[in-house]
Design a protein around this ligand. Sequence first.
Ligand code: GDP
Ligand code: GDP
Length: 435
Amino acid sequence: MIRGTVAIVGRPNVGKSTIFNRLIGERKSIVDDTPGVTRDRIYGTVEWLTQSFHIIDTGGIQIEDQPFSEEINMQVDIAIEEADVIIFITSAKEGVMTDDMAIARKLQKSNKPVVLAVNKADNQELQMAVYEFYSLGLGDPMTISGAHGIGLGDLLDKVIELMPKKELKPYEGITSFCVIGRPNVGKSSLVNAILKEDRVIVSNIEGTTRDAIDTPFKVDDKEYMIIDTAGIRKRGKIYENIEKYSILRAMNAIERSNVVLFVIDGELGIREQDKHVAGLAHEAGKGVIIVYNKWDTVDKDEKTMNAIEKEIRAQFVYLDYAPIAFTSALTHSKVNKLIPLIDEVHDSCCMRIMTNVLNDVILDAQMMNPPKPHLGKQLKIYYASQVSVEPPTIVLFVNDPELLHFSYSRYIENKLREAFGFVGTPIRIIARKKS
Ligand code: GDP
Ligand code: GDP
């Protein structure tokens, strides 16, 4: 479970991105596989002991047409607004600089928990520089070295200690969903269209997390909650066009949802930026529906829908489980199909398969297509058990977990989907050594 969001701030070259990369570690991300994404990756998830949190390197948020000092200033604003804990990075090599003092003053006023880290403290001599940093008035500075990986464990302990005692999670007993996508794909129009389809809006709940506005509504006595990603909308500030800023918002909204509606602009077609968004949706382990919006603008004949579906499948291979809806928020075409689809997907996410039924399917799958031996050893699956839902997680008890190959696990997943449906939900398959 995600505890919250941590932001890294500091002036350029103190080592923010070095530390960011260390903290998110080697955890392979689908988003990273997209060419051109790794370079500017500035958000990720940190797992530390039993805890995890989102992290953003605000140094990577480029704010165009602003003088340099104003850019840092706005990065700090975003951190203060979005983060539960802020890591403020300085450099032992350069000591306290004017920009450090300016950042410190803002952070002091914010009342947000701050961890002051003095980076580049590569050796004992440099570690002595730490005393100077008490003058920033942000408590005990911690010495770290991003380059050498020194002090990062202590840093993470401190971050966890300061993290508010809450978790980002969906409401209990209500199907919660969010609508994510690049700017202008039609997210807010879709939300309005969904709500206008004669729904009873229960009441607005303001500020469950910061200024997100969650809208509860009922359809035939069943309760739903729209988790808003676009609190930014109402403020209409400069932030609006900062994509990376809205991605952070999206990450939090996804975490608080059961089902994610990932919207593509049908008028423009699939864009590179859509892949970041799709990757986020998939990695969170939530139910996903792909919404191809602005369908009214598409020149179509009877082949168009199939062709577009093919293209979507080719571009978002890992989202192969997500159903696709073709909508128009403008004309409301097919918007009424979304709620039943959300229900279906949420049900799949929560589906529990009885152990004996599950084992029948896995046994059959193994008999039909036994795993290929690897280095002279053959994987043996003794039995399987579903250990959790949202997403459905299946543990395979095997002779040697190393022998479970990605392709075989994929095969098992497909067999499970054939047998049980699991529409719109990722499935996690874990191999464990049978004791
Ligand atoms: P950012 O601009 O704050 O994101 O800083 P970078 O992470 O890009 O780092 C700036 C420079 O400092 C790079 O050349 C890094 O290799 C270097 N650097 C980062 N951490 C350390 C460290 O712990 N010790 C030393 N000596 N150099 C570091
Ligand atoms: P958001 O930034 O993703 O929330 O997008 P908006 O809901 O603000 O929509 C961006 C623009 O696209 C607006 O001008 C909408 O009127 C328009 N739009 C949204 N959905 C549709 C649609 O289904 N068809 C057409 N033709 N225009 C749409």
